[in-house]
Design a protein around this ligand. Structure first.
Ligand code: ATP
Ligand code: MG
Length: 223
């Protein structure tokens, strides 16, 4: 089996959509990952508005990747009743598979959130990063937060540069990757469901039917 590079793709996946699936596919192909493991988050202690139960989010993610042998799913976060932290998830994956090199795949918006995560400084000891483009967020916003020249960031934003690998002293790799822009968000999908509008072609059909048959994301009065 080729290589030990494993993509890790975490999210609430509330619900999973083609923006997620395409990001994982392009990161896998361009970086040469052996596989990508999707890790739906658990239920946070304070229930967020509109967050479907972890079992549903897990099942929708499972359904959407079941035909792709290079995509896998882990319940490491959603089987736990307590809140999971990315750094702990990675530490436990690394412990079970010390020979693997992990590549955490995230959109620019999630990368911007890292400083607010639990023990962010430990992350670089555990994983490499693949930061993927996302409509509405420019790479230039990372200026000052990562050691990359402004002209590289604007080259990525203009599309002149497809991928840039940040030289990193630790030996770990940080990639900035331009992917096919798909302006899809789970927030917008939930809004469409609430308004009774179509969500077709934004996510896999199996996920669409799952949402409909389980009456997810509808107004409380209509559930
Ligand atoms: P929500 O609107 O509920 O926040 P979301 O669409 O942002 O949902 P998340 O589960 O929050 O989805 O995102 C999981 C990961 O996928 C994050 O790293 C996010 O940046 C990335 N991501 C989500 N949608 C896209 C997209 N359309 N293009 C690129 N990356 C995306
Ligand atoms: Mg999000």
């Amino acid at each position: 089996m080729k290589g030990n590079k494993i993509g890790i793709f975490g999210g609430t996946f509330n619900p999973i959509h083609y923006g997620h699936l395409r990001a994982a596919e392009e990161a896998r192909e361009v970086i040469g990952l052996r596989e990508v493991i999707f890790i739906p988050s658990g239920n946070p202690p304070l229930k967020e508005e509109d967050l479907a139960p972890a079992e549903h989010r897990y099942e929708m993610t499972r359904l959407s990747i079941e035909t792709n042998p290079l995509f896998h799913i882990s319940d490491i976060e959603c089987r736990r009743p307590e809140k999971s932290y990315t750094v702990e998830t990675l530490a436990s994956l690394k412990e079970s598979h010390p020979e693997r090199e992990f590549y955490l795949i995230l959109g620019i918006d999630s990368f911007l959130d890292i400083p607010s995560w639990y023990q962010p400084e430990r992350l670089t000891e555990l994983t490499n990063f693949v930061i993927v483009s996302r409509p509405g967020f420019r790479f230039s916003i990372l200026s000052g937060r990562i050691a990359v020249d402004a002209d590289i960031l604007s080259g990525l934003d203009s599309g002149d540069i497809k991928i840039y690998k940040i030289p990193h002293g630790s030996g770990r790799e940080v990639f900035l990757l331009n992917i096919t822009p798909l302006d899809i968000s789970a927030t917008a999908i939930r809004g469409l469901v609430r308004s009774g509008m179509s969500i077709k072609y934004l996510l896999p059909e199996l996920v669409e039917s799952y949402i409909i048959s389980n009456r997810l994301y509808q107004l409380k009065s209509e559930r």
